[in-house]
Ligand binder design. Structure first.
Ligand SMILES: Cc1cc2nc3c(=O)[nH]c(=O)nc-3n(C[C@H](O)[C@H](O)[C@H](O)COP(=O)(O)O)c2cc1C
Length: 208
C-alpha cells in the first residue's frame, strides 16, 4: 500500500470481527515496531502478543465493562468536552474499552525498559524512552493498516498496568504504556471522523 494511503487508512477501530492473524504477520508488524526512532539507539523494547482468550479474559478483568448513560453524560461535562466530534469520539469509545480489546484477534503489550522514574522526571530528556516507545507504537498501527488490519489502544488507568504485570509476568524494570487491540474491522465498524484541519493554519513558514 502506498505510504500516504496507509496514513489515510489508519483509524482507531473498536469493533472487530473474528479473524486469526498469522505469526508471520505479527513478525512483520513487530519488525516495523522495532525500526522506530529511539532515544538511545538501543530499542530496549519487548512486545507481548496475547491470543489465548483465557489470558485475555484475566488481563482485562480489571477494565470496566461499560458505563451508564448518566455517567457518560457526567464524564462529557466534567472533562469539558465541548467539541461535537470529540464528544462523538468519547461516546463511542468509553463504553467499548473492554470489548474493543476482548474482541480483538490479539492484544499487544509494548514494553520499554524503565531507567528513570517516569512519573517524576528531572528534565524533559528523562521522558525520551517513553517518547520513543510511542514512535514504535505508531509503527505498529501503520504496519497493521498496511496488512489490512486495524488497532485501538487503551492507556492503563489506576493499577491496570501493575495488574497486567502480575498476569503477564513481565519484569519490574519494564513499563507498559498501553494495551493495543489488533484485528479485522467489522464491515460497518464506526469510524469517528477526524477533525478537518486546514494545514495553512498549522504550518508557519520561518516564523509563528
Ligand atoms: C496517547 C493516546 C492515548 C489514547 N488513549 C485511548 C484510550 O485510553 N482509549 C481509547 O479507546 N482510545 C485511546 N486513544 C485513541 C484515540 O481516541 C484516537 O486516536 C483519537 O480519537 C483519534 O482517532 P483516530 O485514531 O481514528 O484518528 C488514545 C490515543 C493516544 C495517542
Amino acid at each position: 500500500m502506498d505510504f500516504y494511503k496507509v496514513i489515510e487508512n489508519r483509524k482507531t477501530v473498536r469493533d472487530f470481527e473474528q479473524a486469526a492473524i498469522s505469526k508471520e504477520t505479527f513478525e512483520r508488524i513487530i519488525s516495523a515496531a522495532l525500526k522506530a526512532p529511539t532515544n538511545d539507539h538501543m530499542r530496549d523494547w519487548h512486545y507481548i502478543i496475547i491470543q489465548d482468550k483465557r489470558v485475555i479474559a484475566k488481563l482485562l478483568d480489571i477494565i470496566p465493562k461499560g458505563i451508564s448513560d448518566e455517567d457518560m453524560d457526567a464524564l462529557i461535562k466534567d472533562w469539558n468536552l465541548s467539541d461535537s466530534l470529540q464528544q462523538e469520539c468519547y461516546r463511542n469509545a468509553v463504553p467499548k474499552q473492554y470489548r474493543m480489546l476482548f474482541d480483538a484477534s490479539a492484544i499487544i503489550i509494548p514494553l520499554l525498559k524503565q531507567k528513570v522514574d517516569l512519573l517524576h522526571p528531572d528534565n524533559i530528556s528523562h521522558l525520551n524512552g517513553f517518547a520513543s516507545i510511542w514512535c514504535s507504537i505508531e509503527n505498529i498501527f501503520l504496519a497493521a493498516t498496511a496488512e489490512g488490519y486495524a488497532c485501538n489502544l487503551r492507556v492503563p488507568l489506576g493499577n491496570e498496568a501493575e495488574y497486567a504485570r502480575g498476569v503477564l509476568d513481565f519484569p519490574n524494570d519494564y513499563f507498559m504504556p498501553c494495551f493495543i487491540g489488533i484485528g479485522k474491522p467489522q464491515e460497518n465498524a464506526p469510524i469517528i471522523k477526524q477533525k478537518n484541519i486546514d494545514i495553512k493554519e498549522r504550518i508557519h513558514w520561518d516564523k509563528f
